[in-house]
Design a protein around this ligand. Structure first.
Ligand SMILES: C[S@@+](CC[C@H](N)C(=O)[O-])C[C@H]1O[C@@H](n2cnc3c(N)ncnc32)[C@H](O)[C@@H]1O
Length: 237
């Protein structure tokens, strides 16, 4: 319940809904950004290809590994990460920090995630704590620790004290959500990347690749998922 003990970010977390429409296949589309939260064809497979393989996961996992994400959305990428731990019999600690300005309500997330039967277990675990996200870090199975930082990442990321070994850059399409791809924000990403750290994103937009390069990453354009011909992988120089 929202009360006087909640600060602004926590109220924002509990506020939802942000305004969604749905495709007939059950993919949520943001009215604000007019863009889907994940691939219309198979969001889970796309996540595995782009964000997990794109950051050489699970091969690079060691206890204490840190993932950070721009754009938590439905939590699909987090759940794919949880599934990766489970499928590979791995235990953390694995720290997952994610930045989100427009939190979805629990009902919206539940509706979006119901399309992924394979994620039923981890999804129910996440939904159980959904209303606490943004107010405290939560511990999930297999040593996965999740922290959602609520607010505009352009303000919250520069203030973050942490670093990540792997970044999931998952804003809406750069043309529709340019705020999350601003060169200054990608510089903040680089500053919050550990030596040898990586980043991956589904977009191969030239200005995103150039901004990542300027920020200090070696940037590679590689095969994308499904109908997307290319995606981007980056490693801190
Ligand atoms: C493509 S969706 C992310 C999908 C998500 N990773 C998932 O697994 O469902 C992009 C997300 O970025 C968030 N976003 C957009 N602009 C933002 C900003 N300036 N700061 C933080 N989050 C932002 C949106 O609210 C949305 O949840």
């Amino acid at each position: 319940m929202v009360g006087e003990h909640f600060d602004e970010g926590q109220q924002a977390w509990l506020a939802g809904p942000t305004g969604l429409t749905w495709t007939p296949g059950g993919v949520p589309i943001s009215r604000r950004f007019e863009d889907p939260y994940f691939s219309l064809s198979d969001g889970f497979e796309e996540t595995k290809h782009v964000f997990l393989s794109g950051n050489d996961l699970p091969a690079r996992l060691v206890p204490g590994f840190r993932i950070a994400e721009l754009g938590f959305g439905t939590g699909l990428n987090l759940l794919a990460t949880a599934q990766m731990l489970r499928d590979n019999g791995l235990r953390g600690p694995l720290y997952y920090t994610t930045f989100e300005a427009f939190p979805l309500s629990k009902a919206e997330a539940a509706a979006a995630l119901s399309a992924f039967r394979v994620l039923d277990g981890p999804a129910s675990e996440l939904l159980e704590v959904w209303d606490d996200l943004g107010t405290r870090p939560v511990s999930l199975s297999n040593g996965l620790s999740l922290e959602v930082i609520v607010g505009d990442a352009r303000q919250t990321l520069p203030q973050w004290a942490g670093q990540a070994d792997a970044w999931f850059l998952d804003g809406f399409a750069p043309a529709r959500n340019p705020e999350l791809w601003e060169p200054s924000l990608l510089q903040a990403v680089a500053r919050h990347t550990a030596p040898g750290g990586t980043a991956a994103t589904y977009t191969a937009a030239g200005r995103v690749r150039r901004a990542l390069d300027t920020a200090g990453f070696d940037v590679e354009r590689v095969e994308g998922y499904g109908r997307k011909r290319h995606m981007t992988k980056a490693r801190l120089r």
